[in-house]
Structure formats: structure tokens, C-alpha cells
Write a protein that binds this ligand. Structure first.
Ligand SMILES: [Fe+2]
Length: 577
């Protein structure tokens, strides 16, 4: 049985296909159309899903969409009635959603097939149910506390659920305008980070701040009865889309969130690309601090309602790896399951898995052990792309390739590492990565100057052999998808200086051999040369979506100052090109 899952007309549009309950392929549209966070219809992603299983659209049995325009309708209407501007916006959005709802026509047009030949049954799942399903049905557990939180989805920002067997029972929802995600976005915008998805950057800025504004920021989001409430005086009144809009070309645009009250309290908002002051850092600190307090408060309430040890979590805010890393100390939960695409692209697999298990009642399969669900390319395709790019390269067997790349890294060089199937989710996890030596004090500057051009305050992340995690980090809970930040042990901070953030933490990827043998062996080869079981791992891109196809990787290699690229079995050096 084939189920196609979709996240469409929403940020990070994506498609996933599950065959007899197993997620066999999943991809965000941005990787194919090269438009970051693309929020239109994921036509290319759907085609890639079908190609991956050798099926036609006519063969699909079910289509599941992680959005339900009728969910929480009464709440939406009630909110819209509070002022005329919102009513107009609300009506416009309903009309647009009506057009979007005709999934059959959209799919038939995108793939140029006759609509009447399509046999699939259609399912529309509430946004946060799809989020929770993506986490729970990818977990190994038969019972878990389910949690989802983000800016907004189907008029809800937060959901708690009891997950058991094939059932997800919703226990509570927090409705808009109250949203922990909007709280975070509002302050990010105030300090000059106004683009969709900038929140992750500001999380890296927070540890540079001091506790100057915590007391003043706390009332912006108050705790109440196991939940929370925004003080709306700090926010610009938003329409029923809560400030996020998808433009006709698929660009995702944020409306201004903060009100004049923020400026009265903290001075002028920072304009992008101007100097970051101590004020901005202190605000970032207070924002992350309050975010965590509210999150832990919600976790305690969730645990009171679902007293188990296992937490299955998703939603854009579940990408807050700093908060995730503290779950084990600050909440009663001892294990987390967060699939790699915790943000909205993950709705595609969530909707499909929810349909398979909760709606159709098929038994659970297995946990998601790795993120390599995207396309892969043949050796001949890679070689022909290298040739047409005019590069000099060598073909190496597995061992010499690992040896050469480890040698490059230990000499302080930066290597593009392109292997196997592309990762699912926003992180590069060793198949579309740029790798380097983590123990060279200037490596962060080298990566930034030569390739990444990122803000000075953003840390680079380490990939570590899973069996040595506890020697280097203060927590041993696996972080296979780079979604947990832990303290680096004091005696190892110098050894990992290029990935040791200002607060002595690292957003690690624990690499187990049975999850990615080639990448594990690369780190192992590097360890043999340097004694360090860690490499710097940053995504293979330069201000663009992560590279997907060989040609994109080769272009990135050519236009940046990357020293080498290992692409499939081929190695090309900048010094020879
Ligand atoms: Fe979401």
C-alpha cells in the first residue's frame, strides 16, 4: 500500500511516501527547486517520491495532508470576529485554502495526469496531530507523551497528547494568538532577525548575553494553569494567519510581530546587518531563558497527565536543541524521540504515518533510525557531472578515500563530503556535509571566511562517534539528528575548540556505525590520525538550501574556497583545479 504525505502551501513544503508502513522516501521541495523554505505546492517532491518507488500517481492508495482547514474552526471564527481587519483576512484565507484543498486537481496538474484516473482516498489531518504522529510513529515506543509546539498551525500553537499503540489522544491545545513560537519570533524580529527560520541563529547568540532583561521579558509570556498566555500588548495585532504569509511564488514572509511597547521598553529595534549590541545579546539571552522556563513548565504538566518516561516531540520549536538538551535534567522525561524533520516539512511523514496507523489501523513497524531518506545518485552520474564541470579528480576505493579525506582534515583542510542518500530535515548529517578538524582554534574563522559567511556568533557543530560521546559530553542520551545541545566536558574543550560554543556546549550528532557506516568510518579514520573521535560537520551549502544533486555540490566546491570534495568515490582537490 502506498501513502503519499504532503505539506503544501505552508512553509517548508514537502512530500513523503510510505510503502506498507515504511517511510521509503521524503524530501522538502526547497532541495529540488532551490528556494529556501519554499511554501508552495511540492510538485517536484511528489515526483521524486513516485520515482523512488517506481510508482505512478494512479498507483497511490491514500494522500494525507498535514493541514485541515476545518480544524478548530469555531476558535478561528471567534478570533476573527474581534475586529474587521481580521475578518477580511480570515475570509481571504478561507478562499485560498478552499482552492488549495482540491488536492486531486493540484496533483493531477503537477504531474500532468488525468484526474479521473486517480483512485486515492484523501485525508486532511490537523497540523499538530501530524507533528505528533511524525514523532511518535518514528519512535520505538508503544506508549509516550506526545508534544508539539511551533508558531502556529491550524490555529493552534501547542498540543499535548497521550500516544499509545495506534492511537494519539489529544489532551490539550493552546490556541492563537498565544504561542511560544510567536514569542520567540517576535524578539528575534526585534533584534533584527526578521526572516522565516532565523530563530535558530538567534539561539546561538543567546549565550553571549547576560541576565539583564529576564525580569522584564518574563511578563511577555505568563505561566497559567499548566499552560501559558502572551501579554498581547507586546505584539502587533496579527491577522488570522498569525503573521506568516506564503506569497504566490512560494516565498514565506513574516509580518512584523513586535509592538511599540517593545520599543518603549528596550529602545529602537535593531535593523538587520547593523552592529549587534550588548542589548541585543541580553534580549536574546532573556528570550531563550524564558522560552525554556515555559517549555519546562509545559513538560511538567504533560508528565502529570501522561506519567511516562518517553517524550515524542515535534513542531518548529522542537528544533530548539538547547532546550531539548536540558529535558533530562529539568523535566521528568528521561528519553526523547524527535525525528530529524521536526519542523513543518515533517508534516508530510506525520500525516502519512497517522493515516497508516491511526486511521487505517495497521500495526506499528519500526523506529526511524536514520535520516537518509532523500535521493542518491549513481557513480556514473557523479562522474559525468565532474567531467562536465571540467574538474580533475581521482577515483578511490573505500579505504584510500577515507584515508585521504582524514588526511586532508588533519592537515587543517576543509572537505566537502557528498555520499549516498540526502538527509531528511534541516540538518546535514554526514551525507551532504562539509567536514573539518574540530581542534584547530582558527577553524571556525576559516569555515566562515572561505565558505559559510555566517554570523560570527553562530557555532559549528560536532559529529562524534556514538560510543565515545560520554567521554566528551556531559550527557549520553543519543543525539543522532543534531537536536540536542550538551555541555562539553572541561578537559575536552580545548580538543574541540572549533565546536565549543561560548557557553562550553556543542550541538552534537552522535554517529552510530549501524546508522551511517561510511561516515562513522571517516570519523574513525580521523581519530586514528589525531586521537579525536570528532569532526566539524556543517551543511554542504553556501547561503542556499543544502546541496542535493552532484552538480550543486560541484558548483559549491568551485565557487568557494573548499580545499577538497569527496563525492561518491571521487576526490577532487582545489590545488589541482
Ligand atoms: Fe508546525
Amino acid at each position: 500500500m502506498l501513502i503519499l504525505g504532503l505539506n503544501m502551501f505552508h512553509a517548508d513544503a514537502s512530500a513523503a511516501i510510505i510503502q506498507d508502513g515504511e517511510v521509503v522516501f521524503a524530501i522538502a521541495e526547497e532541495r529540488l527547486n532551490r528556494q529556501k523554505h519554499y511554501g508552495g505546492f511540492p510538485g517536484r517532491a511528489v515526483k521524486a517520491c513516485l520515482d523512488a518507488v517506481g510508482a505512478r500517481l494512479q498507483d497511490i492508495d491514500h494522500v494525507a495532508v498535514g493541514q485541515d482547514k476545518d480544524a478548530n474552526l469555531a476558535k478561528k471564527v471567534q478570533y476573527a470576529l474581534t475586529n474587521p481587519a481580521k475578518i477580511l483576512n480570515f475570509i481571504k484565507m478561507r478562499q485560498r485554502k478552499e482552492a488549495m484543498r482540491d488536492v486531486r486537481t493540484l496533483l493531477a496538474n503537477a504531474l500532468d495526469v488525468d484526474k479521473n484516473e486517480l483512485k486515492f482516498q484523501e485525508h486532511h489531518l490537523e497540523h499538530h496531530i501530524a507533528h505528533i504522529a511524525s514523532a511518535y510513529y518514528c519512535s520505538p515506543w508503544e506508549k509516550a507523551a506526545g508534544f508539539s509546539y511551533d508558531g502556529s498551525g491550524d490555529f493552534v500553537s501547542t498540543m499535548m497528547a497521550r500516544c499509545e499503540g495506534n492511537h494519539i489522544e489529544v489532551l490539550d491545545r493552546v490556541f492563537l494568538p498565544h504561542s511560544l513560537g510567536s514569542f520567540y519570533t517576535m524578539i528575534c524580529e526585534f533584534i533584527g532577525y526578521k526572516k522565516y527560520g532565523d530563530e535558530g541563529k538567534v539561539m546561538g547568540l543567546a549565550p553571549y548575553g547576560r541576565d539583564t532583561y529576564c525580569e522584564r521579558i518574563d511578563p511577555v509570556i505568563g505561566l497559567a494553569n499548566g499552560g501559558f498566555q502572551l501579554d498581547l500588548n507586546y505584539f502587533k495585532p496579527l491577522g488570522s494567519n498569525q503573521g506568516m504569509q506564503v506569497l504566490p511564488d512560494g516565498t514565506v514572509k513574516l509580518a512584523r510581530h513586535f509592538s511599540e511597547r517593545m520599543e518603549k521598553l528596550f529602545g529602537d529595534a535593531r535593523e538587520p546587518h547593523t552592529e549587534i549590541t550588548q542589548r541585543d545579546m541580553d534580549l536574546a539571552f532573556a528570550m531563550q531563558h524564558r522560552f525554556e522556563e515555559v517549555f519546562f513548565h509545559l513538560m511538567k504538566e504533560l508528565h502529570r497527565r501522561v506519567p511516562v518516561e518517553d517524550l515524542a516531540m515535534a513542531g518548529g520549536c522542537a528544533l530548539n536543541s538547547v532546550a531539548n538538551g536540558k529535558v533530562f535534567e529539568k523535566t521528568p522525561f528521561t528519553r526523547t524521540s524527535i525525528q530529524p524533520a521536526a519542523g513543518d516539512e515533517g508534516l508530510a511523514i506525520g500525516a502519512a504515518l497517522h493515516t497508516y496507523h491511526s486511521i487505517l489501523g495497521y500495526p506499528r513497524k519500526r523506529e526511524m533510525k536514520h535520516s537518509y531518506l532523500g535521493p542518491e545518485f549513481s557513480e556514473s552520474r557523479i562522474e559525468s557531472d565532474l567531467k562536465s564541470a571540467g574538474l580533475k579528480y581521482r577515483r578511490l576505493d573505500r579505504e584510500p578515500l577515507l584515508e585521504s579525506v582524514a588526511e586532508q582534515m588533519s592537515a587543517g583542510n576543509v572537505v566537502g563530503w557528498f555520499q549516498g542518500r540526502m538527509e531528511w530535515g534541516p540538518r546535514a548529517l554526514g551525507n551532504r556535509s562539509i567536514v573539518a578538524h574540530p581542534g584547530l582554534p582558527n577553524m571556525k574563522d576559516v569555515l566562515n571566511a572561505r565558505i559559510k559567511h555566517r554570523e560570527w556568533f553562530r557555532p559549528f557543530a560536532p559529529s562524534i562517534l556514538a560510543d565515545q560521546q560520554l567521554e566528551y559530553f556531559e550527557h549520553g542520551h543519543p543525539s543522532p539528528f543534531m537536536l540536542h545541545v550538551y555541555k562539553i566536558r572541561p578537559e575536552k574543550r580545548k580538543e574541540l575548540c572549533a565546536v565549543n560554543h561560548v557557553d562550553d556546549t556543542g550541538r552534537l550528532q552522535s554517529v552510530a556505525r549501524d546508522e551511517n557506516a561510511l561516515y562513522y568510518d571517516l570519523i574513525q579514520a580521523f581519530r586514528q590520525k589525531t586521537g579525536i573521535p570528532v569532526v566539524v560537520n556543517t551543511s554542504f551549502n553556501e547561503n542556499e538550501p543544502i546541496v542535493c544533486a552532484p552538480g550543486e555540490a560541484i558548483d559549491c566546491f568551485k565557487r568557494t574556497k573548499m580545499d577538497a570534495i569527496a563525492i561518491g568515490p571521487f576526490l577532487a582537490l582545489k590545488s589541482e583545479n
